[in-house]
Design a protein around this ligand. Structure first.
Ligand code: AMP
Length: 986
């Protein structure tokens, strides 16, 4: 048997998988197969078992021997088939039932085929046929059967292949049997197109072998895609059955499987990935209004972070952190807060800090920059606290704490943050970075240095420590108030190591870098070897100093101008110079006008404009300066008076006294002729700048101008420590001036200047005539003009101006500072002030003023000047307060020193007001009428009992208005007490 195998009848093919090439039963007309010899096979019409007409071939030459009857089918084109099934149905007569056929009758026949590419002729050449099999009947029938037409039908199936030609013939060889070929069916098998696992597999012809499986690639149905690395395949078996599916297709994102197809997800549903089986409903705060979506869009105000899968809820930025509290320790601020009320629906909330350094105006804030440190970090903070270090001392900062989550940066809505504005307090000064040896002797070394880059306050002292380099002999220290010092009593030819640190009210800074200096060799035979000489020298020097001191003291008392103590500079009255020009040039440096660049006008002085500009001295950096000018057409006396201030100022050198850079008195002003010096157009042509003979006083620039205006501008914005720091500076400046024997006579906040670091410096120097220029000064009965409100009683009464009368004025400055520039004694007349003071009344404590400070003011206003503290003591007291800030704590509004009934005829008489409304109108605060009535303050008596908290609780938020109302209430209260005869004397 070639290429075929036998299958039992039970394995009959299932029709659905068959492609029929020939079915003799289906043909109604004659089959017209070739029969050879023609006496053999005979075509006969008959009926099948269902009585359907069929065409059959029969032969029954059983009686004769050597039969060889061939029957050949028509040519069968095989198409795609490789493996052909041949199903034969036939009946066969049992030889035993035939009499007399023994030896000739057969019970089998043979089946052949011949492959060809086309039809061939009608001749049958046996040799060209290939035998498929000898077919025997399973059942044969007998005569009786035939008579009853109960033919026993045999079905045999044979398979041929693989076939290689286009077609073939089948042939049946009868060798002497009695056969009826009832039907011949020829077919092959196919696996029919199928959709399996969302892949379409096309019609596939089975393989040529019984065992072969044909591998077929599937194609994904629409909106489906192959699963990664798992493309769909199936195997078509020889039986036309699909077997062994491998891999699959899956519905794309946005589609889900329904039967053998992918359908889009409906509206409000999404499927983000082909891996997901089902469409899901849009998560919270998201939506979609299209079909077939792979994700849903977030509602307005909600977002999805890049890393958020489409399945998670849309979220939003968190709300602001809550309960932000801070703690300041010098220049370190720690912030703590609690988590936001709404985390936006996420659990990845972190915090970030925004630091801005502010000027005194809110719009003057700038980012802090990289010098500030954040612990543990500036952003990405998981815990609700941070420590911010390396801030500047005495500076205003605003910190914003923002809670952020994964969608904060996507949100276009306004940032929400908690913020605090903080003023840093004092910090020790930074290092003195460079120490220079100016002069090295055998036994002394002169050193100089620059102020540290961040003084963080007023440097009152430097400390130089030194030791012998080799022996490391015990440290010694030397102190200096200026930026140079001479260290004496050193050993000759010895290497010393020097270090320096600065001191402010906040304490010592750290020591700067070491400087090594070796003292000079001592020439032989010097005093060191001769103690007798030393003793003699010391004795002579001591005598000279003693004589000098005694002489100086006598002269000093009489003329108030000579040396007080050796080594301590004393102020010299320029009026004592016959030639005032000499005085100027003794104390003030003559500057070349070409070094000065005027930029703008900043104020008006008695003698001309005050401008700001820059001074560039050869070999030095240019510095900002204030330039006081003398107006054009000045008289010689005016020139002298103008320059007198420079002669005085030039004698002073203290961080709390305004520093004179120099004067311009000589020569022509280059800018008049050349373009090198550009004067701003705002300078009036009446200035001496345009006279060709300019006269100028150049002073260090004080960015914040005069203290009174500065405080009024920043009402309520400073901490008590900051205010006390300012007062400490003024007191230190005054201590210096009084130590030099200079009496200011016009100490007032308007005559104090403030720089950008909040350092206050005493200014406005002159002789008595300066007071004449003071708009506050009025003529008194004792002659001359006096700024009454600032002046001590004895100075008003008999012009006794001393450092003690300056102390009185200092007390008034304290009051001005603590009340943010309030006018002393408000709108009382000068006469009433004098009278009230005479009667023993004193200014009450300003709002929020620590009692200790008010006590110090009262001490400054002691009637007997000997009872007043000295500036030295004042500095000491303030230093103590600064070091122990607890002593400065005053609960808000509780600073209720007894109120002095400082009455004045011009003060509103509260008895004349009929209602609270009348009173508010009189103090121009009628806008708050409703606030008072709504909270039940309907009578003036109830108003008079109000505290600052009560006023604030009415919803009056402006500090200026709170103060105005409180101040009037205090006066009202005083007047009521007075009316009832219970005025309190302080
Ligand atoms: P004076 O003639 O000294 O009273 O100065 C008049 C005004 O000019 C003052 O009130 C200040 O506003 C301003 N001024 C004076 N000196 C300076 C200075 N050194 N720095 C800044 N502003 C100054």
């Amino acid at each position: 048997m070639h290429g075929c195998c036998l299958l039992g009848a039970a394995a009959a093919a299932q029709n659905s998988r068959e492609v029929i090439l020939l079915d003799s039963k289906a043909q109604q007309t004659e089959l017209e197969w070739i029969s050879s010899p023609s006496t053999g096979w005979e075509e006969i019409s008959g009926l099948d078992e269902n009585y359907t007409p069929i065409r059959t071939y029969q032969v029954c030459q059983v009686m004769e021997s050597n039969q060889n009857n061939w029957l050949r089918t028509n040519w069968i084109e095989k198409g795609d088939a490789q493996r052909i099934f041949v199903e034969l149905k036939f009946t066969l007569r049992d030889c035993n039932s035939l009499p007399g056929v023994v030896g000739t009758c057969k019970e089998t026949f043979n089946l052949y085929y011949q492959e060809t590419d086309a039809e061939v002729g009608r001749n049958i050449r046996e040799s060209q046929y290939v035998k498929i099999d000898t077919i025997a009947a399973d059942e044969s029938f007998t005569q009786g059967d035939l008579g009853e037409r109960k033919m026993k039908l045999n079905t045999e199936l044979r398979i041929i292949g693989p076939l290689s030609r286009r077609g073939f013939y089948l042939a049946f060889q009868d060798v002497g049997a009695c056969i009826a070929l009832v039907s011949v069916k020829v077919y092959y098998k196919k696996c029919w197109s199928i959709i399996e696992n969302l892949a379409t597999f096309p019609d596939t012809v089975t393989g040529s072998e019984f065992s072969s499986l044909v591998e077929v690639e599937g194609t994904c149905v629409s909106d489906a895609e192959e699963e990664a690395d798992n493309s769909p395949k199936m195997h078509c078996s020889a039986e036309g059955e699909w077997l062994v599916p491998i891999g699959k297709c899956i519905c794309k994102a946005g589609f889900h499987q329904k039967g053998d197809a992918c359908e889009p997800c409906g509206r409000g549903f999404y499927k983000s990935s082909s891996q997901d089986l089902q469409c899901s409903r849009c998560p919270a705060h998201s939506y979609n209004d299209r079909e077939g979506s792979w994700r849903c869009d977030c509602e307005d105000g909600y977002y999805r972070a890049l890393s958020d899968p489409p399945a998670v809820t849309c979220t939003r930025p968190p709300s602001a952190p809550q309960n932000l509290v801070y703690n300041i320790n010098q220049t370190t601020v720690s912030l703590e807060w609690s988590s936001p009320a709404d985390n936006g629906g996420r659990n990845d909330v972190t915090y970030r800090i925004m630091c801005r350094r502010c000027g005194w105006e809110p719009e003057e804030c700038l980012p802090c920059g990289g010098n500030v440190g954040y612990l543990p970090a500036q952003s990405g903070l998981v815990d609700a606290y941070v420590t911010i270090t390396d801030l500047l001392a005495h500076a205003n900062y605003t910190f914003e704490v923002e809670a952020v989550n994964g969608v904060s940066d996507l949100s276009r809505t306004q940032r929400l943050f908690a913020s605090v504005s903080i003023a840093t307090s004092q910090a020790a000064p930074s290092q003195v970075s460079e120490l220079i040896k100016e002069k090295v002797q055998q036994r002394s070394v002169q050193l100089s240095w620059q102020e540290p880059e961040q003084p963080n306050g007023v440097i009152t002292e430097y400390e130089i420590k030194y030791y012998e380099k080799v022996s490391h002999r015990i440290y010694s220290t030397v102190k200096s108030k200026s930026t140079s010092a001479t260290v004496n009593n050193l050993k000759p030819s010895t290497a010393y190591v020097f270090q320096i640190r600065a001191f402010t009210a906040a304490g010592y800074g750290t020591f700067g870098p070491r400087l090594e200096v070796t003292t000079k060799e001592e020439p032989s035979g010097t005093a060191e070897q001769n103690p007798v000489i030393i003793i003699a020298v010391v004795a002579v020097a001591g005598t000279i100093i003693l004589v000098f001191m005694v002489f100086g003291f006598i002269i000093g008392r009489r003329y108030a101008l000579a040396v007080k103590f050796p080594g301590t500079k004393t102020y010299i009255d320029p009026e004592t110079y016959e030639d005032p020009n000499r005085a100027v040039h003794q104390f003030a440096k003559e500057l070349d006008a070409s070094c000065i660049k005027i930029e703008r006008v900043i104020g008006a002085g008695e003698f001309g404009e005050v401008c700001s500009g820059r001074l560039k001295l050869p070999g030095k950096r240019d510095v900002p300066v204030a330039i006081k000018t003398l107006k054009v057409g000045y008289t010689e006396k005016q020139r002298r008076d103008f320059l007198c201030e420079a002669s005085i100022m030039g004698q002073f050198d203290h961080p709390n006294v305004v520093h004179l850079e120099g004067v311009v008195t000589r020569g022509e002003f280059p800018g008049v002729r050349t373009a090198r010096f550009t004067s701003p157009s705002s300078i009036t042509q009446t200035s001496s700048l345009f006279s060709g003979k300019p006269v100028m006083i150049v002073i260090e620039y004080m960015e914040n101008g005069s203290l009174d205006a500065f405080l009024r501008k920043h009402d309520g914005q400073f901490t008590v420590i900051q205010l006390v720091g300012m007062l400490r500076g003024i007191a230190a400046g005054m201590r210096y001036l009084s130590d030099m024997g200079y009496v200011h006579r016009d100490l007032a906040a308007r005559n104090i200047l403030v720089n950008s670091n909040l350092v206050c410096k005493v200014s406005d120097f002159g002789l008595s005539r300066v007071i004449d220029d003071d708009p506050e000064a009025v003529y008194t009965t004792t002659g001359g003009k006096i700024p009454v409100r600032w002046t001590a009683t004895e100075a008003i009464q008999y012009r006794k101006f001393t450092s003690s009368s300056d102390v009185w004025s200092y007390g008034i400055v304290m009051w001005e500072v603590m009340s943010y520039g309030e006018r002393p004694y408000w709108d009382m007349s000068n006469q009433d002030v004098i009278k009230a003071i005479e009667e023993g009344y004193r200014l009450p404590a300003p709002m929020d003023c620590p009692p200790g400070l008010h006590q110090l003011m009262l001490d400054c206003w002691q009637k007997d000047r000997a009872d007043r503290p000295k500036f030295d003591q004042i500095v000491g007291i303030l230093d103590k307060m600064i070091r122990n800030p607890n002593t400065l704590k005053t609960p808000l509004g509780t600073c209720t020193r007894p109120i002095s009934p400082l009455l004045d005829q011009n003060t509103p008489d509260f008895a004349t007001f009929r209602s609270v409304g009348d009173w508010l109108e009189a103090i121009k605060m009628e806008r708050y009428n409703d606030n008072f009535t709504a909270t039940g303050y309907s009578s003036l008596e109830s108003v008079a009992r109000m505290t600052i908290e009560d006023v604030m609780s009415l919803g009056i938020t402006l500090v200026g208005h709170q103060k105005k109302i409180m101040s009037s209430i205090q006066t009202m209260r005083a007047q009521m007490l007075h009316l009832h005869g219970t005025g309190v004397q302080v």
